[in-house]
Design a protein around this ligand. Structure first.
Ligand SMILES: C[S@@+](CC[C@H](N)C(=O)[O-])C[C@H]1O[C@@H](n2cnc3c(N)ncnc32)[C@H](O)[C@@H]1O
Length: 203
């Protein structure tokens, strides 16, 4: 579990994140605490906002690993060093965390050798990201574990850069109405309807 006080919250104040608008960091903190998540992967770390909240909710013997393209991402990005400094400054009592030097989403499932409790994907997601993750990442998640995807609100589908991308909401609605868990072995577990939205699938 995180430090006794909440000093790490102050560190997140200077980190940019779309999750901040509705303080969704606390949602990650609660999920990690409630389910005692001990082995977590995050793809799309940026400055480490959701990473810090997630780690703060994990037990101190937990292991968290982050993947990102860092400075190779042509849009909004931060360096691996900057993300590391932020997480380090948060001074969490987590035994172990690691930031992969170069971790494209498309390769992550090849790196995860033991199934984990949760994979959080936040790589400027669109509907195609959802489809890809549902197809490739479940093998890397323990039964009862979570695939947590950024996005899922209508407002989020309407932001400027999404105009040329596949929207998320119709895919989530489709999955919600059709998925047979006996076949897919996962379910659409919950949706957080505050911008940008969080959609959670459970194995
Ligand atoms: C929206 S930000 C992540 C925000 C972060 N989770 C937070 O709490 O604020 C998206 C991140 O995904 C990374 N990214 C984009 N495409 C990627 C890909 N294909 N594989 C891995 N990382 C990617 C970018 O470098 C960027 O840091």
């Amino acid at each position: 579990m995180a430090t006794k006080n909440f000093d790490w919250v102050q560190v997140t104040e200077s980190i940019r994140s779309s999750y901040k608008q509705n303080q969704l960091g606390w949602w990650f903190y609660s999920l990690a605490r409630t389910f005692n998540l001990t082995n977590v992967v995050e793809v799309g770390v940026l400055g480490g906002y959701s990473a810090i909240y997630t780690m703060a909710g994990m037990p101190d013997y937990g292991y968290w690993k982050g993947y990102d393209l860092w400075t190779l991402y042509p849009y909004n990005h931060v360096s691996r060093q900057e993300a590391f400094n932020n997480i380090f400054k948060a001074d969490l009592l987590l035994d172990d965390f690691d930031l992969d030097p170069y971790g494209p989403l498309e390769n992550v499932h090849k790196h995860i050798l033991e199934p984990v409790d949760m994979i959080h994907v936040d790589v400027s997601n669109d509907g195609d990201t959802y489809k890809w993750c549902l197809e490739h990442l479940f093998q890397c998640i323990k039964p009862g574990g979570f695939l947590v995807m950024e996005g899922g609100t209508i407002e989020r589908d309407l932001i400027e850069w999404m105009k040329k991308r596949t929207p998320i909401v119709p895919i989530v609605d489709f999955l919600h109405s059709t998925v047979d868990t006996r076949v897919f072995q996962w379910e659409l577990w919950c949706k957080v309807d505050r911008f940008p939205g969080i959609t959670v699938f459970r194995r």
